[in-house]
Write a protein of this length. Structure first.
Length: 405
């Protein structure tokens, strides 16, 4: 059993300090070991007591909280810092936080749930000494072969998330550097589909950050057993996706492009700025449509809108999902309705997909020989850059999904 998380509280405001002490007292396995009222006292106590966590007010007297944090980083301190903010921080403050490596903070009014969440992150990191949370594979040299592939569709319920997730896992059979980003901010399913419980999500990047660098992106990555590096959407489904700006999305994808051979992006609503930003940053856009007439008509209008918005036709690939080969609309009729060629038709297999979703095991890994899986694996091979495709031929199929065994 781990010893209590030792916390040093540095806050010159007596009212805030008392409130935070009450919140800390309600936390299990947390021990408040000391209090500091200015930056100098904070540095002295941190050096002397070596707390696990420093709750640090940004605007401390004598030495500011940000200066304290920067000195601790310079000195190689192992103490995790949770910065206490007013909620009115400007651009310069956020940039200094990024440079100082501060990824955790709470803002007024201080809430028990948020403080508890940040302390749990510190506790989880402490249990894995020497392993930086969200650590990624060594960076590949960026090159023109690195691709961003966005999966989108005209409406919900078309299977975008399932396709994006299985596509990324299939690609991981050919490359150790595959990323998957969930931009569906109203309850994204990627983490659930992979049976992941990420300690940090896309939501941790957003409240006020003035810049996104490689370290920031790395801090919210969760590694899946297949080798895919995942940036999950907030798990609560209560995140305000309108705050996810074009700049943030493009900064994230630019960083991933530098380090990963392929980045697969699962999107939310088609008209969101985040979805448009992802498509603008993409080399390939997969448009997922269904096989019934209403969904095909929606797909036709969506494709026309994308072309009217000057997305190049050669960027677009149509994926028809859940084809059965029964009395549905024929492949030629589908292309006639869409007025666009179809790249791939994914066979319907309710049992396979249902089991995959319920178990949190991508079907391309759990049942790679099924027709639905083979189709997605084949699509992954088509979409991979040439360098990764060559690697794929060298790797035995039995090694692709060894994480299940």
């Amino acid at each position: 059993m781990q010893p209590p998380l030792k916390v040093l509280l540095a806050d010159h405001d007596s009212a805030d300090r008392e409130q935070l002490k009450k919140l800390l007292a309600a936390e299990e396995e947390v021990q408040l070991i000391a209090e500091a009222r200015d930056g100098k006292e904070c540095l002295d106590l941190t050096t002397k007591l070596r707390p696990d966590v420093l709750l640090l007010k940004r605007e401390l007297p004598v030495i500011s909280g940000l200066d304290v944090a920067e000195q601790l980083v310079t000195n190689g301190s192992a103490t995790a810092v949770i910065l206490l903010l007013t909620g009115k921080e400007n651009e310069e403050v956020w940039h200094r936080m990024l440079r100082a490596g501060i990824r955790q903070f709470i803002s007024r009014p201080y809430e028990a749930g948020k403080l508890s969440e940040e302390l749990q992150k510190c506790s989880a990191d402490r249990e894995q000494p020497g392993k930086k949370s969200g650590a990624t594979a060594p960076a590949a040299a960026p090159g023109p072969a690195h691709r961003v592939i966005t999966v989108t569709g005209p409406r919900g319920g078309c299977g975008k998330s399932i396709i994006a997730t299985n596509l990324a896992v299939a690609m991981a059979g050919a490359s150790e550097r595959i990323a998957l980003v969930d931009l569906n901010l109203w309850g994204g399913d990627v983490a659930m589909l992979l049976d992941l419980t990420p300690r940090r999500t896309l939501g941790d990047l957003l409240p006020g950050f003035g810049g996104i660098d490689n370290d920031v992106v790395e801090s919210v990555i969760t590694k899946h057993g297949s080798g895919v590096s995942v940036i999950a959407a907030p798990m609560t489904g209560q995140f305000d996706g309108t705050t996810l700006s074009r700049y943030i999305v493009q900064s994230i994808l630019d960083s991933l492009r530098d380090h990963y051979e392929c980045t697969v992006v699962d999107t939310g609503y088609a008209n969101l700025e985040s979805t448009l930003a992802a498509m603008d940053s993409s080399d390939i856009i997969l448009v997922v449509v269904g096989t019934d007439l209403p969904r095909l008509r929606d797909g036709k209008h969506y494709l026309k809108n994308l072309l009217a918005a000057n997305y190049p036709k050669e960027k677009l690939r149509v994926v028809v999902n859940r084809t059965s080969g029964g009395k549905e609309i024929s492949p030629s009729e589908i292309e006639t309705i869409l007025e666009f060629p179809v790249t791939v038709r994914i066979p319907n297999d309710d049992n396979l997909v249902g089991s995959s979703v319920n178990l949190g095991q991508p079907f391309v890994a759990a049942s790679p020989s099924k027709p639905t899986s083979k189709t997605v694996i084949s699509l992954a091979e088509q979409l991979m850059p040439a360098a990764a495709e060559a690697k794929h031929k060298e790797r035995a199929a039995s090694k692709w999904f060894s994480f299940l065994h």
